[in-house]
Design a protein around this ligand. Structure first.
Ligand code: C2O
Ligand code: CU
Ligand code: CU
Length: 513
């Protein structure tokens, strides 16, 4: 258990917005270096050794405008030894260097060479590289709507450890549509990265080297089926506070935790006005009393503090199991109003064409499956396939498909697909007991439409236990090999991740002729 820490004693840190190293006619160029560093994550906690982009946790914010490409050279200057216990028994990791990194920009539409394929890893100064490595500089075209994206490590088999060590940051893509709405901006638009961690008394990160009830024959270190930290960090501080003016604020919230999901709620009469999801603005503003946030999901929301002057309001996690994990941060409406609040909270936000109008090229039934490995550890799979099995999902470039994600385990999985944003069609419950007996899907209710705040663009969606969640997507604009996976990082690493290939028919013809 982490040292007991007093809540709401540190101010919320503001993440630095990075300036490009240079700007050319083909876009903005950045160099970002992964480094080991030390940082105080709470007033009373000794400094913690972390890994971070540019030596920061969270990493610096990259801000981009739609249609203006960004190029990033992601440099690795990390030590040769891992900060955390690496299980070498999975994915043949004992053959590979211990410290490997590769960066994925979550939510971006980019070519496979810039997507951060898990086997495109590299070590310090690119000394060693994985089989999919092809370039040192990644290009993000930004030909897509404004939204909050985030970059994080994606190295095969150790993503959970690299991200836990601190390798995560935000990327804000802006567009004209959003600017025209006159939402709260500047000092009144605040990104919040939520992540849980556990600590030793000396301030170092704690990540178990084995599950609590480990059998004697287990590898040591061994992967865990899940990991929940007992301390909630927001922008890299434990339970911070933020002083605000009595006016509207816009919060861009990301759950960057390994396993933990949250249910956001305010301990006052105030509501959230949700305006956006993973893939940008919703059609309409949605009033929300509580908001569920699975790993990797983002929400964009407005809180109006104008009638709360003098109050202290706590952002709660309704599904936290105690005083610690049930609290996230505190707002203090103590600042005087600087200027009249002229920002707006429009009810109509953006236009989202329904993909259901497209011709559907395929419906894929994809099962989320739980089995056990040779040590009798839980082994979670997609469609009973391992990461290293040959590709089975291969949509044609430009095709619209429905993926029916069928969860045969007894807990939720946040499923994420690279390259595209999808729309959620529905969730339909089935009888899991029956399925476990004879493998038949017997529905126990009608398909349920997604809640209003999930009716925009999404790239990560909770697939509840004993449910089929159907999503629809158009696989474009790039062909090649991408991945899809559960975003519980302990699951992604072992072994709930699969490659998929977007097939360009023209390219295939050329190769054959
Ligand atoms: Cu946020 Cu494949 O990742
Ligand atoms: Cu992604
Ligand atoms: Cu999972």
């Amino acid at each position: 258990m982490s040292p007991k820490l007093e809540k709401f004693v540190d101010p919320l840190p503001r993440m630095e917005v990075l300036k490009p190293n240079k700007k050319t006619k083909d876009g903005a160029h950045y160099e970002i270096t992964m480094r080991q560093f030390r940082s105080k994550l709470h007033r009373d906690l000794p400094a913690t050794t972390l890994w971070g982009y540019n030596g920061q946790f969270p990493g610096p914010i990259i801000e981009a405008n739609r249609d203006e490409p960004v190029h990033v050279t992601w440099l690795n200057q990390l030590p040769d030894r891992h900060l955390l216990p690496v299980d070498l028994s999975i994915h043949g990791l004992e053959q590979l260097p211990a410290v490997r990194t590769v960066v994925h920009l979550h939510g971006i539409e980019t070519k496979p060479e810039s997507d951060g394929h898990p086997e495109a890893w590299y070590t310090r100064n690119f000394q060693e590289t994985g089989p999919f490595f092809s370039r040192e500089t990644y290009t993000y075209p930004n030909y897509q709507r404004g939204s909050l994206l985030w970059y994080h490590d994606h190295a095969m088999g150790i993503t959970r450890l690299n991200v836990y060590a601190g390798l995560a940051g935000m990327y804000i893509l802006r567009d004209k549509q959003e600017k025209s709405l006159n939402l709260p901006a500047g000092d009144y638009e605040i990104p919040l990265m939520i992540a849980d961690r556990s600590f030793q008394a000396d301030g170092s990160l704690f990540y178990p080297s084995q599950p609590a009830d480990a059998a004697a024959n287990l590898p040591n270190p061994s992967v865990l089926p899940a990991f929940n930290g007992d301390t909630i960090l927001v922008n890299g501080k434990a339970w911070p506070f933020l002083e605000v003016e009595p006016r509207k604020y816009r919060f861009r919230i990301l759950n960057a935790s390994n396993t933990r999901s949250y249910q956001l709620q305010l301990d006052s009469h105030l509501l959230f006005q949700q305006i956006g999801s993973d893939g940008g603005l919703l059609r309409n503003t949605v009033k929300m009393e509580r908001i569920s946030l699975q790993p990797a999901e983002r929400v964009d929301l407005i809180i109006d503090f104008s009638k709360a002057a003098g109050q202290s309001i706590v952002l709660k996690n309704e599904i936290g199991t105690n005083e610690d994990t049930g609290n996230m941060m505190q707002f203090r409406v103590t600042k005087p109003l600087k200027n009249k609040d002229r920002s707006l909270l429009p009810s109509a936000l953006s236009v989202i064409p329904s993909l259901k109008q497209n011709k559907i090229s395929a419906i894929r039934y994809l099962k989320l499956v739980g089995t056990a490995d040779e040590f009798d550890r839980p082994l979670l799979l997609l469609n009973n396939k391992h990461w290293h099995d040959p590709v089975t999902e291969n949509p044609r470039l430009g095709a619209t498909e429905i993926w029916a994600l069928t969860n045969t385990t007894n807990f939720s999985h946040p499923i994420h697909i690279h390259l595209i944003q999808f729309q959620v069609l529905d969730h339909q419950p089935f009888d899991l007991e029956q399925y476990n007996i004879d493998g038949k899907i017997v529905y126990t209710g009608p398909p349920k439409a997604p809640p209003a705040n999930h009716r925009g663009w999404k790239d990560t969606i909770e697939v509840p236990a004993a449910n089929i969640t159907r999503v629809i997507a158009k696989f474009a604009p790039y062909s090649g090999e991408f991945v899809w996976h559960c975003h519980i990082l302990e699951h992604e690493d072992y072994d709930m991740m699969r490659p998929y290939v977007v097939v360009d028919d023209d390219e295939k013809d050329e190769k054959q002729s």
